[in-house]
Design a protein around this ligand. Structure first.
Ligand code: FES
Length: 99
């Protein structure tokens, strides 16, 4: 079940991104954090003690939303750890998070 607002909202055609090899639905213009949260994924990374971390500020300040983008970053050919709240989804993007 999607956690997105559905009433009174018009969206473009959905795209698919892979999170740990599982495909989830996203919409163009969404952040990776939004797509993950809408799919029910709240643990994006781990702290030094191994505790699960997820978005806190949702505006690029706390770095609690770090994810590894293996493929699909604009202007970057190599995998990179980025803030999910500031990174827009791309069709075919591959995201890796701790399981
Ligand atoms: S949620 Fe704080 S930097 Fe992304």
């Amino acid at each position: 079940v999607s956690k997105r607002i559905v009433q009174g909202v018009t969206r473009e055609t959905p795209i698919s991104i892979a999170v740990n090899d599982r495909d989830i639905c996203a919409y163009p213009g969404e952040s990776v954090a939004t797509a993950l949260l809408a799919a029910g994924i709240t643990g994006f990374s781990r702290d030094r003690r191994g505790r699960s971390r997820g978005p806190f500020c949702n505006m690029g300040v706390c770095y609690d939303c770090l994810v590894l983008i293996e493929y699909g970053l604009e202007h970057r050919a190599e995998p990179a750890r980025v803030r999910a709240c500031l990174t827009r989804v791309q069709a075919g993007m591959r995201v890796r998070i701790p399981e």
